[in-house]
Write a protein that binds this ligand. Structure first.
Ligand code: SAH
Ligand code: SF4
Ligand code: F3S
Length: 513
């Protein structure tokens, strides 16, 4: 996006604040609106532009020479991958990464807004940095990620966190060189947040976290507007990358020797729906990617709404698409699902699970669940428990509902006391543990294929990795196994992981075209 387009369309905040000034309101007049559901739902009419021309201007190339950076990342895989892009851009500017926060010249906090406790962690982190900024005023501190898309957060930082030098949003990452330059040049806090998404920008540099597994964005944003969720506001409307760009990226990762990729999107099943000139969905993309020589392909997250039979058929083929499906259900009660805006019922979810299990008998299903939705009754909660028994999920991420300003659910009165919500979460978590353990016990005595990622966090002599169905395996074996898919004899099923003994390198499960 060029400067003209930027001015004309989508700047919500482009403000600089003199740190001595007390009245900040003028910076927000006409330029920033809090998340507005009605407005947000109107979006989607403009065509998405694909920008393949991203480059870093020569004049920025030496900006980071002799300087270091550290990025602290909160939240989901999207954010983890955004961090890799920011690391790529900083690398291209000449900065080098460093682990010691006290030594870093640039510190970026890549934030998550999904629940209140996620935000609280970030505020305490930024607070902790006040001390460092006082001792080393030349350190540049930046706040980015989903929280920077919220007006209340930007206001709070402007008012109470003088130690922050720049705030930039999820649609502004590619502008990091310009934003940094502004931060160096001005004494004021630089704020650049576009609430409306920009183009799909290709060819951004990336420094990936490792050389075994890689994230690959297939789409950005979310149009589902579940009534509790902030993501459609922080990440903008759904924009799919072109199939060719994704396939080229995966081919390149395969050439580099990566063993596993995870296709990323807030709702990957909607992939392609926004591409007008192509009839091409996630099933087609999975089919094309299954022909590439990369041993393992995962995808996340799937919304049950758009899960097609074509996708089930492609996964059922075997090949490199692993039989693990993360299928967030959120609740087992129809009335709660309805007010959540999930657009499926308990019955249709169970029907989808039955179709999946019929075609992919060895599938590992995992899920996300929210307890204590406003006014959730004991009976409604119990339906979540019975649904769990019916599906026998192998794992679940469980949360107490957290009110997010600007979302429809935030306006609902809630008669469920916090201690009741906590007690429900405990009961649910007991069930989750029971079935996770049961799922692991199936492997006792079996031989499993493990992608060895390195040594265990607790013991340098123990190797660790995951099976196709995402089970953590710790085992003793040669260090040469790292980065390879190996066969491991499972000796013991523990509560959260398996213990085993290395047998041999796996016959390549590469796919031959
Ligand atoms: N796009 C994914 C979910 C991304 S957010 C999907 O719909 O499947 C990850 C999980 O966080 C959600 O599945 C939900 O369980 C939880 N979550 C989102 N908003 C929340 C809120 N306001 N309070 C509690 N949990 C929430
Ligand atoms: Fe949030 Fe729903 Fe979109 Fe998932 S699908 S990111 S829960 S709005
Ligand atoms: Fe959090 Fe944003 Fe991901 S709110 S969960 S980092 S999309």
């Amino acid at each position: 996006m060029n400067e003209e387009q930027r001015k004309g369309t989508s700047i919500d905040i482009l403000a600089e604040r003199d740190k001595k000034e007390k009245d900040y309101s003028k910076y927000f007049e006409h330029v920033y609106q809090p998340p507005n559901l009605k407005q947000a739902k109107k979006r989607g009419k403009e065509e998405v532009k694909y920008n393949h021309d991203f480059h870093i201007d020569e004049k920025y190339r030496n900006m980071g020479k002799g300087k270091t950076f550290l990025i602290k990342t909160y939240g989901c895989q999207m954010n983890a991958h955004d961090t890799e892009v920011m690391a790529g851009i900083l690398g291209a500017l000449g900065y080098t990464p460093i682990d010691d926060i006290n030594q870093a010249d640039v510190i970026l906090i890549n934030t998550c807004a999904i629940r209140e406790n996620a935000e609280n962690k970030v505020f305490s982190e930024i607070g902790n940095l006040k001390h460092l900024k006082k001792e080393k005023p030349e350190t540049v501190i930046g706040v980015c990620g989903c929280m920077s898309q919220e007006e209340s957060v930007v206001n709070k930082i402007l008012k109470s966190f003088q130690n922050v030098d720049m705030i930039f949003g999820t649609h502004n990452i590619h502008r990091l060189p310009e934003i940094l330059e502004e931060a160096y040049l001005s004494k004021a806090m630089v704020v650049e947040v576009w609430s409306k998404e920009g183009d799909v920008i290709e060819n951004l540099p990336k420094v990936r976290e490792g050389n075994i597994k890689a994230w690959v964005n297939i789409m950005y944003g979310c149009d589902k507007f579940c009534t509790y969720c902030i993501v459609p506001f922080t990440r903008g409307k759904e924009r799919s990358r072109r199939p060719h760009d994704i396939i080229e990226e995966v081919r390149d990762l395969a050439r580099q020797g990566y063993q596993e990729i995870t296709l990323l999107g807030q709702n990957v099943n909607s992939y392609g729906k926004d591409i007008d000139d192509l009839e091409y969905g996630l099933g087609d993309l999975l089919e094309d990617i299954s022909k590439i020589d990369i041993p393992r392909v995962r995808f996340t997250t799937s919304h049950p709404w758009d899960f097609t039979d074509h996708m089930i058929d492609v996964i059922a083929e075997g090949g490199n698409i692993v039989p693990h499906i993360h299928l967030p259900v959120q609740s087992g009660n129809d009335a709660v699902l309805k007010i959540m805006g999930r657009k499926y019922t308990r019955e249709s979810y169970l029907d989808l699970v039955a179709r999946i299990k019929a075609k992919i008998p060895n599938v590992a299903l995992t899920t996300d669940i929210i307890v204590g939705y406003p006014n959730e009754t004991e009976e409604q909660f119990e339906e979540t428990l019975t649904l769990y028994d019916e599906v026998e999920f192998e794992h679940a991420y469980t949360y107490i509902y957290s009110q997010r300003d600007g979302t429809p659910a935030a306006k609902m009165k809630d008669n469920v006391p916090l201690d009741v919500k906590k007690e429900r979460l405990q009961r649910l978590n007991k069930k989750v543990s029971y079935y996770s353990e049961k799922a692991l016990q199936q492997y006792d005595g079996e031989v499993v294929k493990v992608l060895c990622e390195g040594t265990s966090k607790k013991d340098d002599n123990v190797l660790a990795g995951y099976t196709e169905r995402n089970k953590l395996v710790n085992f003793e074996g040669p260090k040469s196994a790292i980065g390879k898919i190996v066969e491991v004899q499972v000796d013991e099923a523990k509560q959260y992981s398996l213990n085993g003994t290395y047998l041999r390198e796996s016959e390549s499960n590469m796919v031959t075209v």
